[in-house]
Design a protein around this ligand. Structure first.
Ligand code: ZN
Length: 128
């Protein structure tokens, strides 16, 4: 698979999140992954199905970035988090909440937003 094909698949996944039809990939043994995937990295199963992503997840870990790489300097300070959606975890930016108030176990919804510095699309979490 070429790199651009992988990017295209990730873009399509962001589109699905934007239209509230987010999904993840699950193998027949219940291992969850985000696209792009062709094979389960854990059990090498090639039978991956698209499963609806739950509407909300719980923050499993978070980091506040106050001194970012120059690429994202206008975004700082910002919070990145890993959010547990059950079979799958998603990494993204936490918005609409003071960085000091972000806590493990917070319930958030998933959306797509833009990086302030680059305008690139990114996964965004907001409190529910
Ligand atoms: Zn598997």
């Amino acid at each position: 698979m070429t790199e651009s094909a992988q990017d295209g698949e990730y873009d399509a996944w962001l589109d699905s999140i934007e239209s509230d039809e987010g999904y993840f990939l699950e193998c027949s043994n219940g291992h969850g992954w985000l696209p792009p995937r062709r094979v389960c990295p854990r059990c090498h199963d090639q039978d991956l199905s698209q499963i609806d992503l739950p509407e909300s997840g719980e923050i499993a870990s978070h980091t506040t970035i106050t001194v970012p790489t120059p690429q994202f300097e206008d975004d700082a300070p910002y919070v990145t988090a890993i959010v547990d959606f059950g079979p799958v975890s998603v990494t993204g930016l936490v918005r609409d909440v003071d960085p000091d108030d972000v806590a493990i176990g917070d319930v958030v919804g998933i959306d797509v937003g833009e990086r302030v510095t680059t305008g690139e699309r990114a996964v965004v979490f907001r409190p529910r």
